[in-house]
Design a protein around this ligand. Structure first.
Ligand code: PLP
Length: 438
């Protein structure tokens, strides 16, 4: 049966972001805590899948809340008010940056960003340009894909990005300006001021406060506050995409809290339901909310504000509080960081280790010139990189890690314990030798 099952899945569904013929999915039928079972084998989830299974697997409280909602009211059009929607809002108002007071509920991070673009353009009309970074991921539908950096991702949509202008990233390990922090005086963010002034018609700037998929790039501490200042001075919106960084991942409810920044729009998804159900949230400031008072909000989906999706939000927030997860993430995060830095001392193939909370990357390099083991070009041309091979070796060894062409993203469920971190680190230590020998 297992073989038939995998064959059916492989032949008749798309393996996304995969070369179809080389996609060989394992059959996962069970998961618990920080582990899942693939082809019957127990695997430590060292990345929370795609940095989204924040509460791990099998949380009874969240499941109960969803089940109760299903029993009570499985669906009603978003035009109606529901108790679950009111409860979701009430709990969100407790954890969101305090200036964000109105929410649009969808079912993914991608849709959250689509809504953000429309809202920003409507609010700032006739300005329409959105600045986003070259190294970024904001989703794969047309609008969010346009925001997403790396033109190789647009392969089937060459005309996807009118009105989107790209800006450089605060990637100190490979500075786009070839400068060193702090002597650089934050050239990357000061350049944004120049772009806004010279482009004209800029409605907003969207950034992941910490770049996620593209290698967990933590900016210098001045970056986001400076970007906030620049966007204010130029009267353009700051949109922070917290699809990955939100919900305790960095030891705060949202990454903007790390630097005391209040964005005009914040998008989020993944951890908002801890991935028990699909959810996307676009949160906007009171000023933007007021603007729409006498205008039609011309946007929406059938599954918008879906009662079952919404039922997870208050339950998840309760669980975070009950388990004191923000403090746990801070403690486990500094332990994980230390252990990863130890690995860097021992392995010559590790070029950089960076992160905060339970959100880390190990970037691998071939030599002292920081030559990567692979690039997105390799991925799009269907080449397997050495880091793909390393990730596969880890999986065979019982550790799942989400990887880029030359880095691993280490972002375990927030409930992880010290001994589970040790288990992952030991296997990493053993398997990274493969790259040291390359
Ligand atoms: N924005 C960021 C920062 C992401 O990391 C992702 C997904 O990884 C998205 C948006 C897209 O979210 P989704 O896959 O839920 O559509």
């Amino acid at each position: 049966m297992d073989e038939d099952l995998v064959k059916l899945v492989k032949e008749h569904t798309f393996g996304t972001w995969k070369v179809q013929k080389t996609w060989n999915p394992l059959n996962v039928d069970k998961a618990e805590g920080v582990y899942f079972y693939a082809n019957g084998k127990k695997i430590l989830d060292f990345s929370s899948q795609l940095v989204n299974v924040n509460l791990g697997y099998g949380n009874k409280e969240v499941i109960k809340s969803i089940e109760d909602q299903l029993e009570n009211l499985q669906y009603i059009s978003p035009a109606f008010a529901t108790e679950v929607r009111a409860r979701a809002v009430k709990s969100l108002l407790e954890v969101m940056p305090s200036n964000l007071t109105k929410f649009f509920f969808s079912t993914s991070g991608t849709e959250a960003n689509e809504a953000a673009i429309k809202i920003a353009r409507f609010y700032k009309s006739p300005s329409y340009k959105i600045l986003s970074r070259y190294r970024s991921y904001h989703g794969s539908t047309l609008g969010s894909l346009a925001l997403t950096g790396d033109y190789r991702r647009w392969y089937a949509e060459p005309n996807v990005a009118p009105g989107v202008v790209k800006i450089p990233e605060p990637y100190c390990y490979r500075c786009p300006f070839k400068l060193k922090y702090p002597e650089c005086n934050l050239a990357c963010v000061n350049y944004v001021d120049y772009v806004i002034k010279n482009e004209g018609n800029v409605a907003g700037v969207i950034v992941e406060p910490i770049t996620g998929t593209n290698g967990v790039i933590v900016p210098p501490k001045e970056y986001l506050p400076t970007l906030r200042k620049i966007t204010r001075e130029n009267d353009v919106l700051l949109i922070t995409d917290e699809v990955m960084t939100g919900w305790g991942r960095v030891g705060e409810w949202f990454a903007v809290n790390l630097w005391g920044v209040q964005p005009d729009i914040l998008t989020t998804a993944k951890g908002a339901s801890a991935s028990y159900v699909p959810i996307g949230i676009t949160a906007v400031s009171k000023e933007i909310a007021d603007f729409f008072e006498d205008k039609m909000f011309a946007h929406g989906h059938t599954f918008e504000a879906h009662p079952v999706s919404l039922s997870a939000i208050p339950a998840v927030i309760e669980e975070y509080k009950r388990m004191n997860l923000l403090a746990h993430v801070k403690a486990m995060g500094s332990y994980l960081g230390e252990r990863l830095k130890e690995l860097k001392e021992r392995h010559k193939s590790i070029g950089d280790v960076r992160g905060v909370g339970l959100f880390w990357a190990i970037e691998f390099v071939k030599d002292e010139k920081q030559t990567p083991f692979g690039t997105y070009e390799d991925k799009y041309e269907g080449r397997v990189t050495e880091v793909d091979i390393l990730a596969k070796k880890l999986l065979d060894e019982g550790v799942y890690v989400f990887n880029g062409p030359s880095w691993l993203v280490i972002s375990p469920p927030l409930i992880i314990k010290k001994e589970e971190i040790d288990e992952g680190i030991e296997k990493l230590d053993e398997k990274i030798k493969y790259l040291d020998e390359k």
